[in-house]
Design a protein around this ligand. Structure first.
Ligand code: SF4
Length: 289
């Protein structure tokens, strides 16, 4: 990968939804979490579920509604819909019906979409993740959260490393791992959604491991060759973006390689690591790069 330009040090990013006023003072609440020492707060925090239009976070939302429906519970989706599969809007609405709870859509005030992030920051992806995730998801969450809030993300029982890393990097927030605690793995979430009669998002049905933007900057060579076959316009759009910026998503033999130079047989999609786009935003390690 080539990361020619460093991102600016300041990340000025604000959610469009107005910051809510301070919550009413209520009885003292003891918050215990897997990520930090139990603390006492004067304010009643909210339960925030970070829905990503994926099967796992849909199940996390379902379990959260069952457990926390009497609290101030919000299911939140940070908007990256513009370059996702249009079927995601259908999935989001199906999930709302299933969990009987509305999904609140929040978006960055500073950036319209992933290409706006690429253009304004001059940054595609780096060893620690992608700038688009940071600006459109992580920073939107950070702007919105209160210290008292309890956060639920859709990480599963078969993702202990990701859970540990997220906890390590987010000492300041309280976390509940409802999928892990229920022993639910990724495949269990896919099955749970199917059992609810909800058609899985189109990207899963097309063989993708995640329901990311069509043409995710964290994807490996095999992934991008699959995108080239399935969504040639999306491939061409990102290839043009790389040329415009003079940076590349991939490297080969320590040299940057543009998408329009990529050997159509390069990469083995099935063996490539999962792409994760969410609160953690780490870059998966790719073979041969
Ligand atoms: S799915 Fe990929 S391209 Fe889309 S916001 Fe996440 S990291 Fe960026």
């Amino acid at each position: 990968m080539s990361y020619r330009r460093e991102p600016p040090k300041t990340m000025n990013n604000t959610a469009t939804i107005e910051q809510p006023s301070a919550p009413p003072v209520s009885s003292m609440r003891l918050l215990a979490s897997t990520s930090g020492t139990p603390q006492t707060f004067l304010f009643e925090g909210r339960v925030l579920v970070w829905f990503s239009c994926g099967a796992a976070s849909a199940c996390a939302a379902k379990l959260a509604v069952e457990k926390h429906k009497d609290k101030t519970l919000e299911i939140i989706y940070c908007d990256t819909l513009k370059y996702e599969h249009p079927d995601n809007v259908r999935f989001l609405k199906d999930v709302e019906q299933w969990i009987q709870w509305p999904v609140k859509i929040m978006r960055s005030k500073e950036y319209d979409d992933i290409f706006d992030v690429f253009d304004k920051t001059g940054w595609l992806v780096g060893p620690m993740g992608a700038r688009c995730t940071t600006e459109l998801k992580k920073n939107v969450r950070k702007e919105y959260q209160w210290p008292e809030d309890l956060h639920i993300f859709g990480l599963t029982a078969d993702e202990p490393t990701r859970i540990a890393e997220l906890q390590e990097e987010n000492h300041e927030i309280f976390l509940e791992w409802n999928l892990r605690d229920a022993g639910m793995k990724k495949r269990d979430c896919l099955q749970m959604v199917a059992n609810a009669g909800i058609k899985l998002p189109a990207m899963y049905r097309m063989g993708y491991k995640n329901n990311n933007c069509i043409g995710c900057v964290k994807g490996g060579m095999g992934y991008w060759n699959k995108i080239r076959r399935d969504f040639p316009e999306a491939f061409a759009r990102m290839a043009a973006q790389e040329r415009k910026m003079g940076v590349t998503i991939h490297r080969q033999n320590d040299m940057p390689i543009y998408l329009d130079e990529l050997n159509p047989k390069a990469g083995r999609f099935k063996e490539e690591p999962d792409i994760e786009c969410g609160p953690q935003c780490r870059m998966p390690l790719r073979a041969n790069e």
